[in-house]
Design a protein around this ligand. Structure first.
Ligand code: ADP
Ligand code: ADP
Length: 238
């Protein structure tokens, strides 16, 4: 459903491409980890998929639709089907866990309205259901600023789930967490992915995590795809 066809991205004035001639076809059910050092082009690649970064050559197709030819409304509609999970969470610290999760429905403005009781009972019940999936239902009324990093990212996952996404896109979602927490949050991500049969593309720099959880690994170095295959075929040369 997501296809990258010879995708190359040059940033303005850059001499080398950030992403170079990447060909990729992603299917529902796949849990794909993109491995690569800092500067490899992982983040740029994700941004081409969710229509935040136009490509210089080639094309990104979502169910056959070229992302760069979509109208702004179509891009927004596509992003609403793709749950994003960020390294630094992008939560609203002073709001509660439940309120942050509800922002997954309509964006930040509605979350502030929710402080005045604007969300329906049905929406709040939905928030409770997704919080159960990430093991945070007892924290619903806590302010996000009081949570640990791992808990914050579980809120991030729950917020993405509110969108009922078809796709999970993660830009280094566990890079700010200590190794043990990173592994447990990654496990939750994989669990949710499996239960909902999503298609996930997750950037990581930790090879061990990719080996443990990915169904498919993409290796990027200097913008080029140097590996595309099962995690167990990765060796030290990659
Ligand atoms: P990664 O996510 O693997 O760390 P990035 O996609 O962020 O890699 O970066 C790939 C390359 O593009 C790097 O050389 C980086 O410096 C460059 N780059 C990233 N974002 C920008 C930008 N907004 N403008 C110019 N160059 C950028
Ligand atoms: P022209 O339009 O002048 O015939 P092209 O559009 O084929 O030339 O390519 C212009 C430059 O961009 C060339 O250096 C070519 O190698 C490069 N280029 C073209 N397509 C791609 C691509 N998909 N990825 C990377 N570089 C490309």
């Amino acid at each position: 459903m997501i296809e990258l066809d010879d995708v190359t991205v040059y940033y303005p004035k850059a001499e080398e491409p950030a992403v170079s001639r990447v060909n990729l076809s992603l299917q529902p059910g796949e849990f794909v980890c993109v491995l690569g050092p800092s500067g490899a082009g992982k983040s740029t690649l994700i941004r081409t998929i969710n229509a935040l970064q136009p490509v210089t050559y080639g094309q990104v197709l979502i169910q056959g639709e070229n992302v760069d030819e979509m109208s702004e409304a179509q891009k927004r509609a596509w992003r609403s089907r793709a749950g994003m999970i960020f390294q630094h969470f992008h939560l609203i610290p002073r709001l509660t866990v439940q309120q942050n999760v509800l922002t997954g429905l309509f964006g930040k403005r509605r979350a502030f309205l929710n402080a005045a009781g604007f969300f329906s009972q049905r929406e709040k019940e939905k928030a409770e259901r997704v919080l159960k999936k990430v093991g945070l239902v007892d924290m619903a009324r806590r302010r996000v600023e009081a949570l640990s990093g791992g808990q914050k990212q579980r809120v991030g996952i729950a917020r993405a789930l509110m969108q009922e996404p078809e796709v999970f896109l993660g830009d280094e979602p566990v890079a700010s967490l200590d190794p043990g927490t990173a592994r447990s949050v990654f496990g939750i991500l994989k669990d949710v992915h499996d239960k909902q049969q999503l298609m996930s593309l997750i950037n990581v720099h930790d090879v061990a995590l990719a080996k443990s959880f990915a169904t498919r690994v993409i290796g990027l170095v200097g913008g080029e795809m140097i590996y595309d295959g099962p995690p167990d075929k990765l060796d030290s040369r990659n």
